[in-house]
Design a protein around this ligand. Structure first.
Ligand code: ATR
Length: 529
C-alpha cells in the first residue's frame, strides 16, 4: 500500500524532529530535505534517522530541480557521504533511502548506500512540463533492479496527468514514485495507489516554516484525514468533482466524511480539468464511478454522455455523472436541490401566484428557472448580458431585462421572491485554499472573476422594501453583500448552503444507488472553501 512521506523543510534538525513528532501518526516515511537546513546543521544529519525513529529519506535537492542547494556538486556529494557514513549494524539508525538524481553518477556513493542497506531512489524531475514517453524513461532509469524510480513531472493539462498514469500502468512491476506536480495533478497525490506509486509526498501547511517542496503537495493531515489515504486500495471506488479552477469546492469534505462515517471503501477527489476528452479518458483509466461536475463544465459535458435524465435534457446542464451499464448517465441535482431548499424556506409546497425575480442567466439560473416554472411561479429574469436573459426566459414565457434601472422598474411586479444566481459576491470568502493556488488561470479563462474591481453586489441600485424573501445561491459566505443588504432592510434571507447540501444528498443517491443516510446529516458539512 502506498505510504505517506512527510517532507521536512525546517532550518534546523531540532525543529524537523518537533514537526515529525507532531504529525507522526500520519507519517510512514520522513524526507529530510538537507538543502533546506542551515549550513551548520547540514553537518549533523548523520544521527537524524535514529532520532526520527522511522524510515528517513536523505535528499539534497539542487536549485535547478526546485531545491535550495546552491553549492557545488562535490560539496553535495560530500554531504550525502556524510549522511551515510559510518553505517551501523542496526539499520534503523541509518538513512533508509537516498535520493539520487538520475544524472548524478557517483558509483562509490551508490556502492556505500547498497552496502549499508540504504535504498536508492533514482529521481527525475521536470519542473516545467511532463514530456512524453514516460514509460521509456521509467524503464531506462532503473539501472540496478533494487532501486525505486521517481518521476516527478509538472502537469500543464489533464492529458499530462493521463500520460503519467498510463506510464505507471505500463511499468506496473517497477517499484516507483510517480507525481504529477501542480494544480492539474493534485489527485495523483491522493490516488498514489492507482498510479502505482510507492509513496506520496505531503507537507504541513499550517506550520509557517514548513513549506510544500513542490506545487500541488497536499497537507499531511488533509491527505490522511480528509482523503483517508491509508484506506485507499486498488478496489476503492473513486468519485470526484470535475471543473476548473475548483477553487472553492467543498464537495470533498462532504462526500469523504459520509464515506468515512459509513465505512464505505470509496474516496472523493478533485479533478481540475482543462479538457473534457482527456477527463473522460482519465475517468475510464481510473475506473471512476461517479463525478460531480461544476463550473465551467456543466453544459459542455453533455455531448460526452451516453444517456441523460429528463432534467438534463430540459435544463441543458448536468452536474452529476454516474456509470450505468449503458455508459455515462448524466443527471442534474441542482434543480431539485434548489427547489427543495426554497420551498422549505418558504414553508410552501408550490409557487403558484408567486412573482419571482431571478438575477443571472447562466448555468445555475437555468436550473432555477426550470424549477420555478415547474412549481407554477411567474418570473422575471434580469441579466448583465440581456440577450441571455431573453433566451432563457423565452421557452417559459417569463419576463426578462437587464441589470439596470429599467430592469429594476420591472421588478415592481416580481418581488415576492428574489433569487440571486450569479457568482457575484462569492469573492471575499475567507477560503483556506491550500490545494489551489489563486494564480491558476483556466486556459479558457472562463467565468471566474479575477478582476480586483469585481463587484460584490449584482444589483446595487435596487432598494429592498423589506418584504421580499431573498435567496442567494452563493454559499461560500454566510451572507453575500447582496444578502446582507436584504437582511438589513428586514427581508428574510437564505444562502446557497442548504441547497448545496440538498443537491449533494441527491448526488449521493445517484452515486451510491441508495438513499442518503439522513441520520448522518448533522455530522457532515460542506467545506466553505
Ligand atoms: P453559473 O453556472 O455559476 O451560473 P455561468 O453559467 O457562467 O455560471 O453564469 C454566470 C452568471 O453570472 C451569468 O448570468 C453572468 O452574466 P453574463 O451572462 O452577463 O455573463 C453573471 N455574472 C458573472 N459575472 C457578473 C458580474 N460581474 N456582474 C453581473 N453578472 C455577472
Amino acid at each position: 500500500m502506498a505510504k505517506i512521506c512527510l517532507c521536512l523543510t525546517a532550518k534546523t534538525l531540532k525543529r524537523n524532529l518537533e514537526i515529525l513528532d507532531k504529525y507522526r501518526k500520519h507519517t510512514d516515511i520522513a524526507e529530510l530535505r538537507v538543502d533546506c537546513l542551515e549550513p551548520d546543521e547540514r553537518f549533523l544529519i548523520r544521527r537524524f534517522p535514529e532520532q526520527a525513529g522511522m524510515p528517513v529519506i536523505l535528499t539534497i535537492r539542487r536549485d535547478i530541480e526546485g531545491g535550495q542547494f546552491i553549492g557545488g556538486e562535490s560539496a553535495r556529494i560530500n554531504l550525502m557521504a556524510r549522511g551515510l557514513a559510518y553505517a551501523e549494524a542496526d539499520r534503523r539508525r541509518n538513512f533508509a533511502y537516498l535520493d539520487i538524481e538520475e544524472d548524478l553518477n557517483v558509483p562509490s556513493l551508490e556502492e556505500a548506500a547498497r552496502t549499508f542497506g540504504t535504498r536508492i531512489i533514482r529521481s527525475y524531475h521536470n519542473i516545467k512540463t511532463t514530456g512524453t514517453d514516460l514509460s521509456a524513461k521509467i524503464r531506462s532509469m532503473n539501472r540496478f533492479g533494487d532501486e525505486i524510480v521517481k518521476v516527478a513531472v509538472t502537469a500543464n493539462s489533464t492529458a499530462d496527468v493521463l500520460e503519467l498514469l498510463r506510464a505507471g500502468k505500463e511499468c506496473a512491476k517497477q517499484e516507483k514514485i510517480l507525481i504529477s506536480m501542480g494544480h492539474y495533478g493534485v489527485f495523483s497525490r491522493i490516488l498514489a495507489e492507482q498510479f502505482g506509486s510507492y509513496l506520496s509526498y505531503a507537507s504541513v501547511l499550517s506550520e509557517p516554516d514548513i513549506f510544500p517542496t513542490a506545487p500541488g503537495q497536499i497537507d499531511v493531515q488533509k491527505l490522511a484525514g480528509l482523503y483517508r489515504f491509508r484506506s485507499i486500495t486498488r478496489t476503492t471506488k473513486i468519485y470526484g468533482v470535475a471543473g476548473f479552477p475548483l477553487k472553492n469546492t467543498g464537495s470533498p469534505l462532504f462526500f469523504n466524511t459520509v464515506f468515512g462515517l459509513e465505512d464505505i471503501n470509496a474516496v472523493y477527489v478533485p479533478f481540475p480539468t482543462d479538457s473534457l476528452p482527456a477527463l473522460m479518458e482519465l475517468a475510464n483509466e481510473l475506473n471512476i464511478a461517479g463525478l460531480s461536475v461544476t463550473v465551467p463544465c456543466k453544459e459542455i459535458i453533455i455531448p460526452f454522455l451516453d444517456s441523460l435524465s429528463p432534467e438534463v435534457q430540459n435544463i441543458g446542464a448536468c452536474n452529476t455523472l454516474s456509470r450505468s451499464p449503458q455508459g455515462w448517465f448524466g443527471t442534474n441535482t441542482d434543480a431539485r436541490g434548489f427547489s427543495d431548499s426554497l420551498l422549505a424556506f418558504l414553508l410552501k409546497t408550490s409557487l403558484k401566484r408567486q412573482r419571482v425575480t431571478v438575477i443571472g442567466a447562466g448555468g445555475a439560473a437555468r436550473s432555477v428557472v426550470s424549477e420555478l416554472y415547474r412549481l407554477g411561479a411567474k418570473a422575471l429574469i434580469l441579466n448583465r448580458t440581456v440577450y441571455k436573459a431573453r433566451t432563457l426566459a423565452a421557452p417559459y414565457k417569463f419576463a426578462w431585462g437587464g441589470l439596470d434601472n429599467r430592469g429594476i422598474a420591472m421588478m415592481d411586479k416580481y418581488r415576492d421572491i428574489i433569487i440571486q444566481t450569479t457568482p457575484v459576491g462569492m469573492e471575499g470568502s475567507d477560503s483556506d485554499d491550500s490545494l489551489y493556488p489563486s494564480d491558476v488561470l483556466h486556459p479558457l479563462d472562463v467565468l471566474y472573476p479575477s478582476d480586483p474591481l469585481y463587484p460584490l453586489d449584482p444589483l446595487p441600485m435596487y432598494s429592498f422594501s423589506g418584504r421580499e424573501e431573498v435567496m442567494d445561491l452563493v454559499y461560500q459566505r454566510e451572507m453575500s453583500p447582496f444578502l446582507k443588504r436584504a437582511a438589513d432592510a428586514g427581508c428574510r434571507i437564505l444562502n446557497g448552503y442548504d441547497m448545496l447540501i440538498r443537491q449533494a444528498r441527491y448526488q449521493y443517491t445517484q452515486f451510491a444507488g441508495r438513499e442518503f443516510p439522513e441520520q448522518l446529516l448533522t455530522r457532515v458539512q460542506f467545506g466553505r472553501g
